[in-house]
Ligand binder design. Structure first.
Ligand SMILES: Cc1cc2nc3c(=O)[nH]c(=O)nc-3n(C[C@H](O)[C@H](O)[C@H](O)COP(=O)(O)OP(=O)(O)OC[C@H]3O[C@@H](n4cnc5c(N)ncnc54)[C@H](O)[C@@H]3O)c2cc1C
Length: 284
């Protein structure tokens, strides 16, 4: 089980499609080492090349750059046997932390294959008991869930299958997190729930993301953003200011850490992280 001595700061990146993009990203991640992130997470996308890109990138960050890594993995697009192989592969290259996800589903699941993230958690826990396993949770409720109560109950089942920590979907109102954390706690979810924050740098992009993941867009922030939409610097300044305020307040609540969705562009996140002054690490 994980414990935190002080808040952990982590960054999420996705594997670029080209070698040149990858080299550029490694440069950014190396630069981040100065801020001593607790870990860097590497997302996983369904489809051919993505599998190898996530494994290779996780291996490089851990072994060559020297930052702890969390590799995402999704049930979608894989058979049980493939997922077992993939878990073995991640362990073989030295990955010790995974984020077990379902992924976004568009097809029927064949008989006998994994439907929900909970099943991947159970599979990983059984196959590699030493792995540190994280999962996703949704303070503003997963879009497909019939109700917040259902979502929370299923999150509890997922945690009980062997989850060590949860990372939330992005949100812009801390009240969503506090309410969710309180309800989760009341239901017996006792693992760390790490808030996921995305410093806004582009209005259209964040509106698209918010729609896709069901994040609420409070008028007090988004009216201002829309007013300055065509001024890149102003949007970035507003986005950073909001994320710093959000982070500061969350840290004052005693959250176990902050996970930053960077979309591979780490500048805004670096500024936010530096302003919050976090240098924590997970400790086993
Ligand atoms: C921190 C974070 C990182 C992410 N990284 C990635 C990534 O790298 N790659 C990627 O493709 N996607 C990623 N996602 C997106 C994620 O894959 C989607 O949000 C997906 O739609 C749900 O994944 P999950 O693991 O939460 O699924 P699950 O926990 O399986 O839940 C999916 C839905 O099923 C419902 N449900 C759960 N159990 C049951 C049950 N027993 N009966 C009925 N309904 C049930 C839930 O309420 C929810 O609505 C990430 C999300 C977060 C928050």
């Amino acid at each position: 089980m994980l414990e935190t001595s002080e808040p952990c700061f982590s960054y999420e990146f996705f594997p670029p499609k080209t070698e040149a993009g990858l080299r550029k990203l490694y440069g950014r991640i190396e630069h981040l080492s100065e801020l001593n992130p607790s870990f860097v997470s590497v997302t996983y996308g369904a489809g051919g090349g993505s599998r190898q890109r996530t494994v290779a990138m996780a291996q490089h960050i851990k072994k060559e750059i020297g930052i702890e890594v969390l590799a995402h993995l999704t049930c979608v697009g894989h058979t049980r046997a493939e997922l077992e192989e993939l878990l073995d592969e991640l362990v073989d290259v030295g990955v010790e932390n995974i984020l077990a996800l379902r992924g976004d589903r568009h097809d029927e699941v064949p008989e006998g294959e994994l439907i929900y993230a909970r099943e991947l958690v159970a599979l990983a826990r059984k196959r590699h008991p030493h792995l540190c396993i994280g999962a996703a949770c949704y303070p503003e409720t997963h879009l497909e869930s019939p109700s917040p109560e259902h979502d929370l109950r299923w999150t509890k089942e997922k945690v009980d299958a062997g989850v060590d920590f949860l990372i939330t979907q992005l949100f812009f109102q801390n009240s969503s997190y506090s309410k969710f954390a309180m309800q989760a706690n009341a239901l017996g979810i006792d693992v760390p729930i790490v808030p996921g924050l995305m410093p806004i740098t582009n209005v259209k992009q964040i509106e698209r993301f918010a729609r896709m993941c069901g994040a609420q867009t409070p008028a007090v922030l988004f009216d201002r953003l829309r007013k300055w939409e065509h001024d890149e610097q102003a949007v970035m300044a507003l986005g950073m200011e909001w994320a710093i305020q959000q982070g500061r307040e969350l840290l004052s609540f005693g959250v176990p850490g902050l996970h930053f969705y960077t979309l591979n562009s780490s500048l805004a996140t670096r500024v936010v992280h530096a302003s919050l002054g976090g240098r924590g690490r997970w400790s086993a």
